[in-house]
Design a protein around this ligand. Structure first.
Ligand SMILES: [Cu+2]
Length: 133
């Protein structure tokens, strides 16, 4: 009977130990994703690319930047003058083509993908950039 007790205690210790290890592990994983933009590892893997995106005004800027704000993208900045969208993303999660498609879906022509006509037509008058250029 004594041996059985000892075995149970040993087993319990192992199970509990494994559990707390798993929890610790999960916790550290969670923390990593939370602070991913600050961590050095992700900084190294993050990629910044540029894409020429047609647009006219600050409303376009807000729309373009919002369109590319999704999981995997850590930074997006569109310059009204140069029409260049600079976007920083995690190549493991997304790529420039996906980003370009999102921009096009919002109504903005870009170097990689032409905007959806319906989305372009739905843009406010001030945002109707010249599509013939
Ligand atoms: Cu606009």
């Amino acid at each position: 009977m004594k041996t059985v007790k000892i075995i149970i205690i040993v087993l319990l210790t192992m199970v509990l130990g494994a559990n707390s290890y798993a929890q610790m592990h999960d916790h550290s994983k969670m923390d990593m994703s939370k602070t991913k933009t600050d961590s050095k590892m992700d900084m190294a893997s993050a990629k910044t690319e540029t894409l020429k995106v047609s647009g006219e005004c600050d409303m376009c800027k807000a729309r373009i930047e919002k369109a590319v704000t999704f999981d995997g993208v850590s930074k997006a900045d569109w310059d009204k003058k140069s029409k260049i969208l600079s976007v920083t993303f995690d190549p493991a999660k997304t790529n420039l083509e996906v980003i370009a498609k999102k921009v096009a879906a919002a109504g903005h022509d870009n170097d990689l993908v032409k905007a959806d006509d319906k989305a372009y037509d739905a843009l406010p008058g001030c945002c109707k950039y010249d599509r013939t250029k």
